[in-house]
Design a protein around this ligand. Structure first.
Ligand code: SAM
Length: 259
């Protein structure tokens, strides 16, 4: 049995790194197609060019870095735990020597100042504590070259946790999934929890708290820190049937850094 209760997102991802499925590091259980789709969309928006330095903060299973490597850029993925760093390093062969995975945090990457041409931070800010948000944005600005392009994605603008009062109960959670996400998702989640009981696959339970910020407020917060808005648009995802869907709760933002 490997049901694990954790208190922080960093602990959660440390345990996710134990899964046999590398996609668990992207936080999207059994949704490989979503991870690929989302990261391909980011690549399209970032207009990557040869010899640029690209940083992916909270790079999950490394899908963006893998796609970016086709553009002959030098890329660095930042992950918060040694366990994740090792798993993702193993993904890349020596032929992809221009990809480096380093341990760091969104608000403390360990990278030098004025270093990156492009920075991606997708699905990460929502995992931070409120007081870490400004620090993380300041860190993004610090490691950026002047004029760098910054992609901040999947940031909720409303509280996605409203109504999720299932606490630590797996049964209540499964009922919530059935009511709100449908039978296919219920089947997936039931299978996932059964694996947690009968195999070594980690099944992680974490209190549901998440950072969210209304769109205008987030843009003002970022602009006060020299992140100037280029575009913002609803986050798009893909259903298992291949249908494209705009998120009703998450927004993506592209900024340029000008000091
Ligand atoms: C939902 S996943 C998103 C992964 C990837 N960016 C994607 O969109 O496919 C969240 C990522 O944020 C990382 N993470 C969690 N807390 C973090 C922190 N404090 N600083 C940096 N990364 C963090 C996790 O390790 C994980 O890689």
């Amino acid at each position: 049995m490997s049901i694990i209760k954790v208190n922080t997102s960093i602990e959660e991802y440390r345990y996710r790194a134990r899964s046999s499925d590398l996609n668990e590091l992207s936080g999207r259980t059994n949704q490989h197609e979503v991870t690929l789709f989302v990261n391909k969309e980011i690549v399209k928006r970032m207009a990557l060019c040869k010899v640029e330095v690209v940083v992916d903060i909270g790079c999950g299973d490394g899908t963006f870095l893998n796609l970016a490597s086709e553009f002959d850029v030098s890329s660095i993925g930042i992950l918060p735990t040694e366990e994740e760093v090792r798993r993702v390093q193993d993904r890349f062969s020596e032929s992809q020597a221009n990809i480096e995975i380093k341990r760091g945090l969104a608000h403390k990457t360990g990278l030098p100042g004025g270093f990156a041409d492009k920075i991606v931070c997708n699905g990460v800010l929502l995992l931070l504590k409120e007081e870490e948000i400004v620090l993380a944005l300041e860190e993004i600005v610090r490691i950026s070259k002047n004029g760098a392009l910054v992609y901040i994605g999947e940031l909720p603008f409303v509280d996605e946790m409203v109504g999720r009062n299932y606490g630590n109960s797996i049964v209540k959670w499964l009922f919530w999934v059935l009511r709100n996400e449908g039978i296919r998702s219920f089947g997936n989640r039931a299978m996932q929890s059964a694996k947690g009981v009968f195999s070594k696959e980690p099944f992680i339970i974490k209190a549901k708290d998440q950072y969210f910020c209304p769109i205008d407020r987030f843009i003002s917060k970022a602009e006060r820190l020299n992140l100037n808005l280029v575009a913002n648009f609803p986050h798009m995802t893909i259903t298992p049937g291949g249908k494209l869907m705009n998120s009703e709760s998450r927004q993506n933002y592209i900024f340029t850094v000008s000091r």
